[in-house]
Design a binder for this molecule. Structure first.
Ligand SMILES: Nc1ncnc2c1ncn2[C@@H]1O[C@H](COP(=O)(O)OP(=O)(O)O)[C@@H](O)[C@H]1O
Ligand SMILES: [Mg+2]
Length: 426
């Protein structure tokens, strides 16, 4: 009896202690759950796309769905895109950085069901579109299966949303719908600079126009380097990324490769063969001076009418042997110019170009220096023209104008002579 009662007492006590312990644990768990409702709900949270990288220049996040676990229900593509664009907390916001979002069906209509092809880029086709407002735009459709295209899309939308300059191709909208990514740009009537330099069926660009174009590009790049906050490097300056508007004003296009720099020895080399800064190739560190190098190659393209793929730089190096500081570059002049260029100007511009492609980046001028030097060249040209007009009798001036007609008489370019009094020698 005595043994039984002891056993009972011990049993009941142990049971009560365990019961109290269990109740305490349950109460504690409940309290924790109330404090942080996300605990215990992790698998459903993982159904959302998680930002894994921020742009660094904007507060908008860009992301990939690579962290979604196997147990997580996959979210539909369309949802993922809208989260990608708007961010999970920005429901109802229909644009990135104030850039209007266009409806797929409107673009389908504006491009006559995507039949108005004007170009085929590395990341997909480009169509001409007439919007219901009458506005004409260029619609760049990114290939959906292209990872690079996806990156290019997010970069361009976020980046261009905050960049505005008259020498940059402005982004006027985007579309992210039905698994499609599209960028909508101002339409550039005269297409790419490359098409004018290398298409036999186009009127050759005059020397003066080439220098005006060079200054436009330099100004666009100067803005990216020194005007934009934080600054931006382009990473793919080449003649096919320079577009010309109705009046042949040049604008820098394609910011797909522009990105805040992440230096990594293992990162793949980006850019276009022939325009790549050798220092970047060896160090993998892309700087503003790497853009300057590509710009130097572009200047030589304008002078020689030859692509890097046609041995432009070898040709330049051969000519450099005979060029002495400021002269001797005329032998590389584009034959399509038919000798119609100012010798002094050509040598000035070639000297600038040669400094820009110096193998040592620290010896290259900055884009600001280049803008000032090219502006100076144009300023002097205008001064010479005015003086010539002033000195010659009116009849002779009219006659000489007839002899040298502008290939694009409708172009009424006005070069601003703003803030160019302090010209540096580069
Ligand atoms: N905004 C635009 N206006 C007019 N034509 C354009 C515009 N954007 C691109 N294009 C045309 O489409 C072509 C392909 O453009 P893009 O996709 O940038 O490829 P890439 O730079 O590789 O040539 C260009 O060479 C140009 O002729
Ligand atoms: Mg391009």
């Amino acid at each position: 009896m005595k043994g039984v009662s002891w056993g009972l007492i011990v049993g009941v006590t142990v049971g009560v202690v365990i019961g109290i312990l269990l109740a305490t644990v349950a109460l504690f768990c409940n309290w924790l759950r109330k404090r942080n409702p996300q605990i215990g709900n992790s698998s459903s949270r993982r159904a959302y796309t998680v930002p894994i990288r921020t742009n660094g220049v904007d507060t908008c996040t860009v992301l990939s769905d690579s962290t979604t676990g196997q147990e997580s229900p996959r979210i539909p593509e369309e949802n993922s895109i809208s989260l990608w664009i708007e961010g999970p907390k920005r429901k109802g916001v229909i644009s990135v950085s104030g850039i209007p979002k266009y409806a797929y069906k409107d673009l389908q209509k504006a491009t006559s069901n995507f039949t108005t092809l004007i170009g085929q880029g590395a990341f997909g086709p480009v169509y001409k579109a007439q919007m219901s407002t009458g506005e004409i735009v260029a619609v760049k459709v990114l290939a959906t299966d292209s990872k690079q295209g996806e990156k290019e899309f997010q970069t361009e939308v976020l980046l261009l949303g905050r960049l505005h300059h008259r020498n940059l191709v402005n982004l006027v909208g985007y579309c992210a719908e039905k698994g499609q990514h599209m960028l909508i740009y101002v339409y550039m009537e005269n297409g790419s600079l490359a098409s004018h330099l290398y298409n036999e069926h186009k009127v050759p660009l005059s020397w003066d126009l080439r220098i005006n174009i060079a200054l436009d590009v330099a100004r666009g790049l100067e803005y990216l380097h020194d005007g934009a906050i934080p600054s931006v490097v382009h990473r793919d300056i080449k003649s096919s990324n320079i577009l010309l508007d109705r009046t042949m004003r040049a604008r820098v296009a394609d910011f797909g490769l522009s990105r805040e720099e992440i230096v990594s020895r293992h990162a793949p080399i980006r850019g276009t063969f022939g325009y790549l800064d050798p220092e970047y190739v060896s160090s993998r560190s892309y700087t503003k001076k790497s853009d300057v190098y590509s710009f130097g190659v572009l200047l030589f393209e304008l002078i020689a009418g030859r692509t890097p793929q046609q041995g432009l730089l070898e040709y330049v190096e051969l000519a450099a042997i005979n060029a002495d500081g400021r002269g001797g570059w005329e032998e590389i002049a584009d034959s399509r110019l038919e000798g119609s260029f100012d010798l002094e100007e050509l040598n000035e511009v070639a000297t600038l170009a040669y400094k820009s492609i110096n193998r040592l980046s620290r010896r290259r001028p900055s884009m600001r220096d280049l803008v000032q030097a090219l502006s100076n060249t144009i300023k002097e040209r205008n001064y010479r023209t005015r003086r010539k007009r002033h000195l010659l009798p009116v009849a002779v001036v009219e006659e000489s104008a007839k002899e040298d007609p502008l290939p694009y008489p409708q172009h009424s370019r006005e070069e601003s002579m703003d803030s160019l009094s302090d010209l540096t020698d580069v």
